[in-house]
Each structure stands twice: as structure tokens, then as C-alpha cells.
Write a protein that binds this ligand. Sequence first.
Ligand SMILES: [Fe+2]
Length: 393
Amino acid sequence: MREDLKRAFEQARLLHNKVCELKANLRNGNSLIRLTGPGLCGQKGVALSFTANLIMNSTNNNNSMTRRDALKKTILFSTSLLAVGQFGRLQAREAVTGFPDKGIHLLAIGDFGSGNVNQAIVAGQMAKFAKKLGTPLSGVLALGDNFYKQLTLERFAVHFEEMYSKEHLDCPFYACLGNHDYGPKYDSGQGRDKAQMQLDYAKDNPASRWKLPAKWYALELPDAKNPLVKIIFLDGNSIEGALTPQEKLDQQRFLEAELKIETRAPWTWMVSHYPMFSESTERGDNLRVIGQWGGHLKSHPISLYIAGHDHALQHLEVEGYKTSFVVSGAGGAGLYALKESTRGFAKMIYGFTHIHVTRDKVDLQFIDAKGNCLHSFSRTPDGKVEIASSSGS
Ligand SMILES: [Fe+2]
């Protein structure tokens, strides 16, 4: 099979379970698969919203489909728009640090507050990457579970200020709150006081990189005058001892109001500790969060939904949603097992996320603790998603 078709096939496999089944057929039989259809061999920027025919020329394999059956087989890519990029390689590679276009750079980490060696290793790699990037970061999205176990003032110094290089990560860390940031039943018994300490630390230390102005808030980056991205941070906690019923109501009103406000930013994202969709074996998709906010994703042009909570790196494209779903919960706490994804990329590994934002494109890459880019993709404002590279799920 031609290399470009192989790559296209693998790209498609990342996002569609039917293609996975066909891949299995390919593995099990001495079969030739030829894929045709607009976009499959496309160049960068060509959408893969197409109907592709699969022709399987079976040789001596009784389990394979007959040619006639194969001709009937049709794969319909209904929602995800993908293209084979100019960097269409299917293995990990060194993280990209050269970006010719101007714009802003952000990192994202979740579930980092373990205070252990894994947090330190990821933090160290974030600093190395930022140094190589050679351009100031506009921010780090801190996706919750910022401090496991008992929170003390000293930990802000040791497990935040000193943990993340002041020299190379000299930018605001915009935080949201996870379940462990309330700690009513998990590990500290501090309840709402634990969240309040994080709010107070931000308020009392305006010079600190730690930014948590409220349990839910919105901001535009790089600034409100000429924004590239509007980010809405939400508190997805439903656990007892976290948000009060009144707070939940207030947040919902805030979200609905924010989504009505016109922004000049070409991109709007939602950030919360809790993923809607996840391939973790223990939790999987979160029906509560889907029910709470999924409708907003469908009715508003929200390009990214970024979360943590499940300790892994994931990029999922989910049927029925135009949003790309990112889970970056691999900042230090113990990793979670994953099932093989039929919706995109999912890897049980420590690391963080880098996002480059311009008016025309968002580039996102997952970077592991050794500095390898495990998976990267880009989105254009019209919703086309292009996998630039991937080490598979
Ligand atoms: Fe969590």
C-alpha cells in the first residue's frame, strides 16, 4: 500500500471505529485495501468529510470480505473534518518549538498537585520546552486538582512557586478547581476552606503567577482590546461540600450570559476540571457534565473543551459535536488506565499540553516528560481538524 494511503488510513483510524474494524481485517488477512475518495490523499487543508469506498481484494483468506462485499462497504465520515497534514508522521517526535506565525502560546496541565517526583519531572520539562520556545508564554491553564491532600500556605511556595520555573514559566497560571481542591471526602477534610485558600492566595498575592479570581470566570488573551481567544473557566464540581445550590445557579447564569456576549476573539474555549468525554476505563464519559454543558457546545462556536481529572492525555473528536475535546490530566498524580480509543488519541503517560493560537489556526501538541510530541493537531476557524502527527492511542 502506498505510504500516503497508509498514513491517511491511520489518520482515519484515529477517529472512526469502523475504520478500526477494517484495520483489523487488514491485519488478519493477506488483503489489499485501496481507499479512494476526495480528501484521502489530500494535501494540507483538505477536509476529510467524504464518503470513501473500500475495495478489498482477498487472496487466500477465508475470513476476509469478498470483493463484492467490500465494494458495498462504505465509510461515512459525518462530523469530523480531518486532513493528512504536511507533517503526517505517525510516531512521537521532538516537540515543535518553531512557529513562524505570530500569536500566543499557552500550556495546560491538570492533576499536578501531588508534590511528588512526577510533578517535578513534568514541571521541569515544561520549563525546558518554554525555554526552547524562546517566546514568552501568555499563560498556563491549571486544570484543577492543584493540590492533593492537606493544603498549607507553605505548599504554595514549595509545590507551585518553586516547582514551576520562575525564569522560564514567568506567566499567569489561570486555575480552576478540581474535586481534590475541595477535599471534603478525598484527602484533607478541609472542604470549602481548601478552595478558599486558593482564592485567597491569588487575591493576597497579586504579584504571584497564581491566578484564581473566582470559582468561575472568563478572560480574553492576550488582552480584551485585541483578543485571540476567550476562555471560560468553570467549576464542574457537584460533590457534596463543593458548590452550594446557589453557586451552581449563579455559575449557570454566568455561563449563559458569557456565551451571549460578543467577543472579537476568533476562538472561544471552555475549561473545567471535569471532562465530558474520556477513554479512562474507570470513569469513561461523564454523563452529568455532558448534560450540564454539552448543549452549550452544540449551540455555540466553542472550538476546544479542555479538562483534566482523568490522568492521561487525550484528544477526542466526538460524533455530534464540533468541539475538539482535550484532556490534559497528566501533570503529576498517578496515571489512569485507558481503553483503546475509537474517537481519537488517548495515552496513559505523564505530560502537558502546548497550544499556539493565531487568528487563522490553533495548533495543539501533547508533550511527554521527555520532551517528545506524542500527538498534535490543528483547527481552523471553520472547524477543520488536521492531525499533524500522532504516536497512536
Ligand atoms: Fe480530579
